[in-house]
Design a protein around this ligand. Sequence first.
Ligand code: BGC
Length: 729
Amino acid sequence: MSSVSFDFNALAPEIEVRVEALLAQMTLEEKVGQLFQANLRWRDDLDDWIRQGHVGSLLSLNGAEQINRFQRLAVEESRLGIPLIIGFDVIHGFRTIFPIPVAEACTWDPALVEQAARVAAVEACVEGIDWIFAPMVDIARDPRWGRIAEGAGEDVFLGSAMAQARVRGFQSANLPGGRRIVACPKHYAAYGAAEAGKDYNTVDVSERSLRDTYLPPFKAAFDAGAATVMSAFNEIAGVPASANAFLLKTILRETWNWDGVVLSDFDALGELLHHGFAADHREAALRGFLAGVDMDMMGNAYPFHLANLVREGLVEEAQIDGAVRRVLRLKFALGLFEQPYTDPALAAQVQFTEEHRALALEVAQKSMVLLKNEGNLLPLGAGLKTIALIGPLADDHHNPLGCWHGRGRDADVESVLDGLRAVLPEETILLHVPGCAIEGDAAAHADADFDAAVSAALVADVAVLVLGEAEMQSGEAHSRAHLDLPGRQQELLEAVAATGKPVVVVLMAGRPLVIPWMVEHVPAILMAWHGGIRSGQAIADILFGAVNPSGRLVVSFPRSEGQIPVYYGRKSTGRPADSEGVIQFDRRHRSVYLDEASTPQFPFGYGLSYTDFSYSDLQVETPEVTLDGGVVVSAEVANTGGCAGVETVQCYVRDLVGNVTRPVKELKGFQRIALEAGERRRVRFEIPVRSLGFHNLEMRYIVEPGDFRVWIGPNAAEGLQGEFVIKTP
Ligand code: BGC
């Protein structure tokens, strides 16, 4: 597989000539048409709109034949024959479904994630899809928000690495049939900061948080070549993101000098009415366009109003030309004028191949996180005679597909039951009992059969419970206020645990769950997320030790909903929980809860292995560095356990005193290293000093001389600590 990306930024000058020649022939209505994206439900007369050259793009079509049919209308029946650009949500695989993105990120392996994105692009492009509405690069620190499933978690550095990997994979060169794909990082911006974790909700973050936390993964995606972006639904401090000139002009065009296409999210311009930001669709079109939205997804504003706004003199035609140029440039770069159609026969050749399925298995295996393993209950011995496999997700062929599964099919999914049957010797007895439904009210649980579950556990050597969320409980518009096990699963778990048999919980979910009882009472817990089509095999491989788990969390797990947001890169406050010295009245006047710990249940970066790793001898090889230099820091990492394993070694930094306050820790490097039992290695990080900056009081990005702390460790809460100084020039 080639990992070379197609370079949209290196457009041949010849394309500019073609763009200008075409633009010169276009009527105002045809120009506006290029700025409009519809889906099949938009209007009954969509075909006619396309024939008139009044539609530039379509989204969410079904298959090569349908896409070719619409392309023919545009190319063969419209006056100028401009091809459509076809968009689709390819979020974690297209036909071969991979683990949800937050799980993929738990591999901490950008090269692997890039390969998965390339597979998705290969499978999507042959159906005629040109434009992938991904990666979602929204930093998310609130697991109530269902779309935490679609991103890379809470961290800026890791999120930026994953954003780049996905863009490179989607925009791979050498896709089958000579086709090309363009990525669309979303949702610009700060969509993940929705108040109370409720989807689409108000966002009110400071400009500094925007610049230091929410925008960097977008910038990283553009640096990797992303040639489009999707503007978000949410408002930020009173200005909806899809009519936000600060985001769309000041940052995108003026600060970053980026010249790609801005697509609004689904009717986000129409939604300006609900925000109370536009009185009608005419005003929505005006405010959205002047702020910098090039293309109106679902077009309730541009197709009906933009041309009139030009005639009224409120929008200059030159501004329309600018947006149309960007769209046409993209269509030329994608090669759509030369090759608008796709060969329907290609899909069968390149989709769902053995190679793709093998990669889905590898990603699933590496994405799962071992949260607890008391007494080394896992891996289970192959000599077990009877296993009780309990829980509503134990033989589920749908939910492991996850929240946004493209053309994935239930029939493709290996359940845990399938996986165990595949790895266990024939004589092992597997007692499968669903126990209860995943969610729902009493009616959904009419068949709940705790007795059968308990009976199975009582005669078994071990009970494996597969519990968690349905795929529809995470993803878009699926926020939850209670993050415990849905339905009656907690009762089921407690009933089985009361048998006294060893219990293993495999958790499938689209987000971190709040599971304090489980953490206290269950000896072994594997976070399997929604792991895609190969979930069952991957889980079986981990449970029985064919694969040593290596996933590490990319989001902190809260102990209770009241802690949210709980994330490692927080600020200190004037009264930190662990502070020394005089504090008003007594020790309780600190930034703590009366009734809950301040630390998360499991920190960012955390995950266990079947072996043990120890860290020693941290050396700051550059105790003093200059602003243009690099910090070199290293530590010995040893595999002190009994088997080979992979450790993700993490490097964090703290700027002790700043022009503005700085987070208590920031990830600045990570390396996955494989160590045989007994092997040790010195792991070295070289951190460019220029990456240690932030936006200061004047909102300028600066790196400040001064004292820093540095850690090398296994997660955000542990590690060896050292110091270095950035010298004043
Ligand atoms: C979502 C986007 C998605 C778009 C098109 C919207 O509701 O927010 O993430 O790309 O629909 O399906």
